[in-house]
Design a protein around this ligand. Structure first.
Ligand SMILES: [Zn+2]
Ligand SMILES: [Zn+2]
Length: 143
C-alpha cells in the first residue's frame, strides 16, 4: 500500500481514499477491468463510491500516467495498472486480456525501426494480439 501512496504522491496526485481504493484494486487485479467492473467489485466494501467517482478517478490516474486505458473495440474502455511496456493478447472467445512481457529490447527495437523509417517520433505504443486463451483453446472443438 505504501508503494501506491508514493506513486500517487510522485505523480502530484493528492492521496484520497477513492484514489487509493481504485488504484489498489487495479494494481492487485490484473484482469484489465472496465469502469463498471471496478465499480461492481468495490462498491460492497465502499458503498459511498459512485460510478461517476470511478470514472473521474480513472481519468486522473490515467492522465498522470499511473494507469493505462485500453481500447479493445468494446463499448467501454478497460484499465491496466501495469505501465511497464507489454503486449496484450485478447481472447476472441471470452474477451480476457492477457499480459505478455517480452524481452526488454523487443518493443524498443520495433519502436526504433518505425521511427527510423517514418521520421516520426513515437511516444507510446499499444500492441494487441488476438486469438484464443489457453482455457478457451481446451474448450474449442478442433475440426
Ligand atoms: Zn478465452
Ligand atoms: Zn496489461
Amino acid at each position: 500500500m505504501q508503494t501506491l501512496i508514493n506513486n500517487l504522491k510522485d505523480n502530484n496526485l493528492k492521496v484520497t481514499p477513492q484514489r487509493l481504493i481504485i488504484y489498489s484494486y487495479l494494481y492487485n487485479n490484473h484482469i484489465h477491468p472496465s469502469a463498471e467492473i471496478i465499480y461492481n467489485n468495490i462498491k460492497k466494501q465502499n458503498p459511498t463510491i459512485s460510478l461517476a467517482t470511478v470514472y473521474k478517478t480513472l481519468k486522473s490516474l490515467k492522465d498522470s500516467g499511473l494507469i493505462r486505458e485500453i481500447n479493445v473495440g468494446e463499448d467501454s474502455f478497460r484499465y491496466d495498472a501495469q505501465v511497464k511496456p507489454h503486449i496484450h493478447i485478447i481472447c476472441k472467445s471470452c474477451n480476457k486480456i492477457i499480459d505478455y512481457f517480452p524481452n526488454e529490447d523487443f518493443i524498443n527495437k520495433i519502436q526504433d525501426e518505425i521511427s527510423n523509417n517514418t521520421n516520426c517520433e513515437i511516444e507510446q505504443n499499444q500492441m494487441y494480439f488476438y486469438g484464443l486463451c489457453d482455457e478457451c483453446c481446451k474448450k474449442e472443438p478442433i475440426f
